[in-house]
Design a binder for this molecule. Structure first.
Ligand code: NAP
Length: 282
């Protein structure tokens, strides 16, 4: 039995069916089963990683855990360290942790530091471990949705770097491989797409998928911050994102061949993602 944390999120909702297709039994965690849309072949389990009393029942009878939590700071470290300890107590054999390329590059922004600390907690917990370090998700471009739908415009901060965006389904495919085949214990895999695109090129790819032109507006950081705050982001999260942006600027464009090597096929492209998601921008 494989316990999938974050089963309703961007990576988890692709990972659950990939594991089931590979013949694994899956326990999918969500805080709210009534709202969650999870592959019906999985066992859905209700639980909150912030509630210590929930943890023993989540890992009971489990062989492997996919460790993913959301959050931009200490919460994630606390949750991941707690579930790793509980998994070790329950005799779990293998922990697979979703981290970030920021750790690969030694970044000291809060998000990368928190993942570095969680990685260490997973490595020290006792079971075998594998760490997946994806770069920026293609899905982050869903932040463009509202202005594309309403105004046909993409706003992005000035000096946004070229980025080797990665498709969440590729992250999930690698995670499924690591969780269902031997030989990945003790490995750390950075994961990106095969191509690094400027923001302008990404906008062109999206426009092609939509079949209509999009205006690309580069804005100063202050304006970009205001925009995110107006969407309801907490100020600490906005600070974290811009700190990460500054620190990752020189690293975002680095392409790793891990997806291609592990999966034996090219990584999914931003054009693939744009075609699949075009309906969300109409
Ligand atoms: N976006 C990027 O560019 C990027 C790049 C590198 C790494 N990452 C890392 O990727 C991770 C996020 O992955 P994602 O985007 O797939 O997730 P996501 O779409 O943000 O979904 C969050 C998931 O976490 C679950 N969750 C949140 N709080 C929980 C709690 N207290 N107890 C149990 N479950 C909880 C949610 O489940 P329910 O709501 O159903 O309970 C949901 O399944 C983060 O660690 C992030 O740092 C992101």
């Amino acid at each position: 039995m494989i316990l999938v944390l974050g089963a309703t999120g961007k990576v988890g909702r692709a990972l659950v069916p990939a594991l089931l297709d590979a013949g694994a039994r899956v326990r999918a965690l969500t805080r709210d089963p009534a709202r969650a849309r999870v592959d019906p072949r999985a066992e859905v389990v209700a639980g909150d990683l912030d509630v210590p009393a929930d943890l023993p029942r989540l890992v009971d009878g489990v062989d492997k855990v996919f460790v993913l939590t959301s959050g931009h700071g200490r919460d994630g470290v606390t949750r991941e360290a707690a579930i790793a300890r509980e998994a070790a107590r329950a005799g779990v054999a293998h922990l697979v942790k979703l981290s970030t390329t920021g750790v690969h590059f030694g970044q000291t922004d809060p998000i990368s530091l928190a993942h570095a600390e969680s990685e260490e907690a997973v490595r020290q917990a006792g079971p075998a471990w594998t760490v997946l370090r994806p770069g920026t998700f293609m899905d982050n471009r869903l932040a463009w949705r509202r202005s594309v739908v309403e105004f046909g415009t993409v706003h992005a901060p000035e000096d946004d770097p070229v980025s080797a965006l990665v498709h969440a389904r590729d992250i999930a495919a690698v995670a499924a491989l690591v969780l269902t085949t031997p030989g990945h214990e003790g490995a750390t895999y950075p994961l990106t797409g095969d191509e690094a695109l400027t923001t302008g090129q990404q906008v062109e790819v999206l426009a092609a998928a939509l079949g209509r032109p999009l205006e690309f507006v580069q804005e100063p950081e202050a304006a970009a911050r205001e925009r995110m705050l107006s969407f309801g982001w907490p100020r600490s999260a906005v600070d974290g994102v811009f700190d990460l942006k500054r620190q990752s600027a020189g690293n975002e464009g680095v392409v790793f061949d891990t997806v291609r090597t592990l999966l034996g096929r090219p990584a999914l492209t931003f054009a693939d993602w744009a075609r699949e998601n075009a309906h969300l921008f109409r």
